[in-house]
Ligand binder design. Structure first.
Ligand SMILES: [Zn+2]
Length: 414
């Protein structure tokens, strides 16, 4: 017997319509997201939202793909859709202490247009997915659930309110755990959240190089909380600096370590074994340095912290740790979209080739966010989500300010 006819939701109809598009892009250069060297003059054919072939364009530029519409980007570089894996959408990144305080008290109605503007900026830089690292009031999550249509780009993944220990760091982004176990809060909190955010250390000292803070949670409590999140189908991102706080997060089986200053080699090796991502947010230290008078002890310490973090990034690259790019935008001096470029530059300064940096900024971020069906390497069979930036690869990452076009699952979106 036939199943009763079902009404197809309108957003699915729209998707089905776009899936029929067939197009070929001629790219002057292509960085495919595997980390392989950029290729010169490539034809990328897209059918039904998926890459169907990638071939050398040849001298006449057609490569034999006669018949399909060719979008000519012969002076541009094609890269996979980009992902910022750590933002705070409710904060602007200003360094004005009074404005920062005021922003914490903004109502949802006041925050909403500001968040919309920030999303538009990300999109203009080719960033098609964001992971929000939490805000105390949970406005980022409310914005995602109540205001963003499901097909909106950049796609927002939000934690809502994060969790921290009582009387410890994290008041901007997290509520204190009191009277119950951390796992109870994770199990019962933020019903529509995409992932869980836990704060497990303090900030880095700016007066004493390398001073570490103790973990906020006992290892067993953290492990129970990560398990409770997994039970709800959610990954956990853990703010952790220093050997012990990171070790607790890694042993608990979190999805990603955020910041990870001074985490040490042993933690990196365990992260490789367990497939745990690192989001180094090195630009946060650079921003602090930029906004602090040079003679002060805080500036000297920040410079050393930054140098040490770049050494750690280099070591993680050699060890094989999966690194995703997170800007921590909204934090002190960390401006939305611009800081993503800054963080990419720091990866390059630490020894990444631009192709490797793009891999971290795209397919690695997509894996961390569970968006592999939306963003992948530019190879046959992958989702056709691309950013077209002006100029050759040598102009990256600054050329993200000059995005020429954006394709989402084969559909020209910009
Ligand atoms: Zn953060």
């Amino acid at each position: 017997m036939d199943a009763p006819a079902e009404k197809t939701p309108s957003h699915l109809l729209r998707t089905a319509f776009h899936m029929n598009d067939s197009v070929t892009l001629l790219a002057g250069w292509m960085i495919d997201g595997t980390g392989a060297p950029a290729r010169r003059r490539v034809l990328v054919r897209v059918d039904n939202g998926t890459v169907s072939s990638v071939e050398d364009a040849g001298t006449d530029g057609t490569g034999g793909s006669v018949g399909a519409a060719v979008h000519d980007f012969s002076t541009c570089t094609l890269v996979p859709g980009l992902v910022d894996a750590h933002v705070h959408l409710t904060l602007s990144g200003t360094v004005d202490p009074q404005v920062r305080r005021e922003q914490l008290g903004y109502s949802f109605e006041r925050n909403r247009p500001l968040m919309e503007r920030r999303l538009a900026k990300y999109r203009s830089y080719g960033i098609v997915a964001l992971r929000d690292g939490g805000d105390k009031a949970g406005h980022g999550l409310r914005f995602r659930t109540e205001w963003l249509p499901p097909d909106f780009r950049p796609q927002l993944r939000a934690a809502g309110t994060g969790w921290r220990a009582k009387d410890r760091y994290g008041n901007l982004i997290a509520k204190p755990v009191e009277g119950h176990f951390l796992a109870d809060f994770v199990r019962d909190g933020n019903p529509s959240a995409d992932h869980v955010k836990i704060v497990n250390s303090g900030l880095n000292s700016l007066t004493e190089f390398g001073r570490q803070t103790p973990p906020q949670f006992a290892r067993a409590d953290l492990a129970a909380a990560v398990a409770a999140a997994l039970n709800r189908g959610m990954k956990t991102m853990v703010h952790a600096n220093g050997c012990l706080p990171v070790a607790g997060a890694v042993d608990a089986g979190c999805a990603s370590v955020e910041h990870g200053f001074f985490m040490g080699r042993e933690n990196m090796e365990k992260m490789v074994e367990r497939g745990i991502f690192w989001v180094p947010t090195a630009a946060s230290m650079k921003a602090f340095l930029r906004h602090t008078p040079p003679g002060r002890i805080e500036a000297q310490t920040a410079a050393k912290n930054l140098e040490h973090q770049l050494e750690q990034i280099s070591a993680a690259r050699n060890t094989g740790v999966s690194i995703a790019v997170g800007s921590d935008s909204g934090g002190y001096g960390l401006f939305h979209a611009e800081t993503f470029i800054e963080e990419l530059k720091l990866l390059v300064e630490a020894g990444f080739g631009i192709e490797e940096a793009v891999r971290s900024a795209s397919v690695e971020g997509a894996r961390l966010l569970g968006l592999e069906s939306e963003i992948g390497q530019i190879v046959p069979g992958s989702p056709a989500t691309f950013v077209v930036v002006s100029g050759p690869p040598s102009q990256l990452p600054d050329s993200l300010r000059n995005v020429r076009s954006l394709y989402i699952r084969g559909k020209k979106a910009q």
